[in-house]
Structures are given as C-alpha cells and as structure tokens.
Design a protein around this ligand. Structure first.
Ligand SMILES: [Zn+2]
Ligand SMILES: [Zn+2]
Length: 236
C-alpha cells in the first residue's frame, strides 16, 4: 500500500518548481507515514532550487511541517497512528556521544538522511515510477511523507499545525541563535538585525557531498569545516 498526493518538486536548478502527483510508500521498519497538515517555507528550500544547497534533483522540497501519523512501520513503538508530529531535518539517534550530551544537531547520523530516510530506502516516486529524493530525508512539501522515526518529534495534539510547523526550522534556529550564539540572558534588552529566513547553510558545494545526481545517497557526511546548525531546543 502507498499514498498518492501532490508534492512540490525541484526537477532542475534555477527553473520553476513543479507540483506533481507522487506516490509515497508505506513505512518500512522504523519509519512512519505522515499526512502533512501545514508547512513553512524556508530560505533553504529556495537554496535547494538554485544549487546553493546542492540536493540532487529531482527532489521533493520542504523540511518544516506539522502533520499526523497515518501508518507506522514494523518495530515502531514510540509513535502511533493519530500522533501529531513535526519532522526534524536531522535524524537524531539519541545514542551517540553528541546526543547523550544534548547536542543532538551534531548527531553521528548527521549526513545520513539528506535525500531519504537514513536507512537508505527511497520511498517516493513520480507518476512514471522514477525515484524522487526528499529534502533532508523528509520532503514535506507534499500531502504525504514517509520518514525515519529518528526524524520525528511528537507534539501536543492541541498545538495548531500552522504554528507547530514553524518550530521545525525557523523557530529553533532563531531561538538557538539567541540562546547559543548571542548568549542573550533573561531580562536583557536586545535588537535583532538582518533578520532572514533561517536554515542550514553549507559553506560550499564541494563540502556538502560529492556524488552526482544519479547517486541516491550522499557519499559521506559533510566535513567538519561545514557550518552546522546550532543546538535545537526541545519542542514543547
Ligand atoms: Zn546521535
Ligand atoms: Zn529551514
């Protein structure tokens, strides 16, 4: 069984995106399928359409969203059908040293799930049966998304979807900048300048990864010189 629905796809850099009907597989083990209820549009999505962020097309865009789980794969115990979730664009293993230290955005699995679930499956296809990549492995500018459980964060079911969707990237990046980079203390007065849509910003194409668009997976995690997103606060 799979799920059919529309999705926003970048088929070629520097060209308009297309809205197409795609098919999304039911979840494999340790995956869930989500019906997307709301999304945010991030500058990084734009960067994926012009090659600044060189995700090999065709790629389903989108990485901040809110939705409800409609199916869970074998072995999934922490989520159930009906759970309201937001996707996380870095799969968090919860076991490595960085995760244990609370620095989950530096997880050892960083880099494994850029184009699909971190287990290597590719659950999206276009109407001709061709495999589609997914932005950060989640590709949520779509009616349905199948993703690895390590990309999934359960939230309060009463949270409005349009608000919760923004937590997936914009809010956590902004809050992280204030708390971790600027180190603003409670009670401070401060000014924000040069506000822009946030998102991961690789320093160069060569350090992001090196495989061609025909390769389904990145060859290696980004080098240490690649700027990494700042620490992410836990959604409430
Ligand atoms: Zn980890
Ligand atoms: Zn973003």
């Amino acid at each position: 069984m799979g799920y059919k629905g529309k999705a926003v796809i970048c088929r070629e850099w520097n060209q308009p995106v297309s809205v197409e009907e795609i098919e999304v597989d039911s979840p494999a083990p340790n995956q869930v399928t989500v019906k997307i209820e709301a999304i945010g549009v991030c500058h990084s999505d734009l960067s994926a359409t012009n090659g600044t962020m060189p995700l090999p097309p065709p790629v389903v865009l989108g990485h901040e969203a809110c939705g409800k789980i409609v199916e869970v794969g074998e072995g999934v115990t922490e989520f159930a059908v009906g759970d309201k979730i937001i996707p996380c664009w870095i799969p968090i293993c919860g076991k490595c040293q960085f995760c244990q230290e609370g620095r989950t955005t530096l997880c050892d699995d960083w880099g494994k799930g850029f184009l699909g679930p971190k287990d290597g499956t590719m659950p999206r296809r276009d109407k001709d049966g061709n495999v589609l990549h997914a932005f950060s492995g989640v590709g949520v500018m779509a009616e349905y998304s199948t993703m690895h459980v390590d990309n999934v964060i359960k939230i309060d079911p009463d949270t409005p979807a349009d608000k919760a969707a923004l937590v997936g990237c914009g809010v956590m990046t902004g809050v992280g900048a204030v708390i971790n980079r600027a180190q603003v203390k409670p009670g401070s007065s401060c000014v924000a300048r040069a506000a822009r849509s946030p998102g991961p910003r690789p320093s160069s194409r060569s350090t992001w990864w090196t495989r061609s668009s025909s390769s389904p997976r990145p060859s290696a995690p980004p080098t240490p010189s690649t700027p990494r997103p700042m620490a992410m606060p836990s959604p409430r």
